[in-house]
Design a protein around this ligand. Structure first.
Ligand code: HPA
Ligand code: ZN
Length: 329
């Protein structure tokens, strides 16, 4: 019988580059004779002081990803890792900004390498991946428009959503409305990082100004009970990443994290890793920490995975297949 740690899992919030195994990035740096030693500690782990520094280290790591083949290798490695933790369905954030400066021509080439790797990984490891194109907030609204054009032009079976990551306190969500509307018109589903750093106000903007269906993190909504009710009324699902929040010191420890309170109040919560090697986490560790802190067991995680697949942005045929696999275990 499967335990709560080995059971099949659904993950909705994973930054592809943020999931890059440090050894792979070091190998690519070596191959390209790029010196990025400063972003690693003596044990070869990514090292950073705070969120702003994390974003800088993140961007330095991605600087070695310079061609579609690099993204093929990255995607395969990431999916192999995820699958080893029981993930059977993952929605990965893909950033055109790191794939040929958000130009449409190069983006198509990078995307096709990512898709090829996803198809190979599905055959080898049984994991299904879909892509959510993300713009990067602190790169500004002009770059975001280019990312949303890439998203709109490649919307389909594989690219099923559009979102925004990066520094949440940079500008306001509605500065990016044009890009979100363009993506929505192309049939893409909408999520945005909100309530990780920007408090309830950022969540309010994401809900009322952008009309987001899901929120990346969203956890700071716990500070505003009326807004919590609004999330419940609108059936908004949170992509919660507890290990990331604790690693970045948004909460001092897992017991202080609001995920359990939000869930008890009736908010739809799901569990993801965000940028696993940066935050020394993986899905097995997330489940173990939640089980330890809140006494969650197999039934709780099973219902969490059902919530996640219902909130997934993929087509219904894919959802049905994944639900069957969840039910079979
Ligand atoms: N938060 C916001 N933006 C990000 C993150 C994150 O944890 N990881 C990669 N981009
Ligand atoms: Zn994130």
């Amino acid at each position: 019988m499967q335990s709560e740690f080995t059971m099949p899992k659904v993950e909705l919030h994973l930054h592809l580059e943020g999931a890059a195994p440090p050894a792979l990035i070091q190998q690519m740096a070596h191959e390209k004779k790029v010196d990025i030693k400063g972003i690693f500690d003596q044990n070869g782990h990514y090292v950073f002081r705070d969120f702003t520094h994390f974003l800088a280290v993140y961007e330095a790591a991605t600087s070695v990803l310079t061609q579609p083949l690099d993204f093929y290798r990255l995607t395969r490695a990431v999916l192999e890792q995820s699958a080893s933790h029981g993930v059977i369905y993952t929605e990965a954030f893909l950033s055109p900004d790191f794939c040929g400066q958000a130009e449409l021509g190069p983006w198509r080439e990078y995307l096709s390498a990512i898709q090829e790797a996803a198809a190979d990984a599905e055959k080898s490891f049984g994991i299904v991946m879909k892509g959510i194109v993300t713009c990067i907030r602190h790169f500004g609204p002009q770059k975001a428009k280019k990312a949303s054009l890439c998203a709109a032009e490649t919307a389909g079976d594989f690219i099923c959503g559009f979102g925004m990551g990066g520094a949440e306190t940079f500008g306001v969500q509605s500065d990016y409305l044009y890009g979100f509307d363009m993506a929505r018109e192309a049939g893409l589903r909408i999520t945005t990082h909100a309530g990780e750093w920007g408090g309830p106000e950022s969540v309010r903007q994401a809900v009322f100004d952008l009309n987001a269906e899901r929120l990346g993190h969203g956890v700071q909504v716990a500070e505003d009970p009326h807004l919590v009710d609004e999330l419940i009324a609108r059936d908004i699902t949170l992509e919660v990443c507890p290990g990331s929040n604790v690693a970045l010191k948004i909460y001092p420890d897992i017991r202080s994290h609001p995920i359990a309170k939000l869930r008890d109040r009736g908010v739809k919560v799901t569990v993801s890793t965000d940028d696993p090697p940066f935050f020394h986490t993986d899905m097995t560790k997330e489940y173990a920490a939640l089980s330890h802190a809140f006494g969650w067991g197999k039934e709780d995680f099973s219902s969490l995975n059902k919530t996640a697949i219902k909130a997934a942005f993929c087509d219904t045929a894919t959802k049905d297949t994944i639900i069957k696999r969840l039910d079979a275990e």
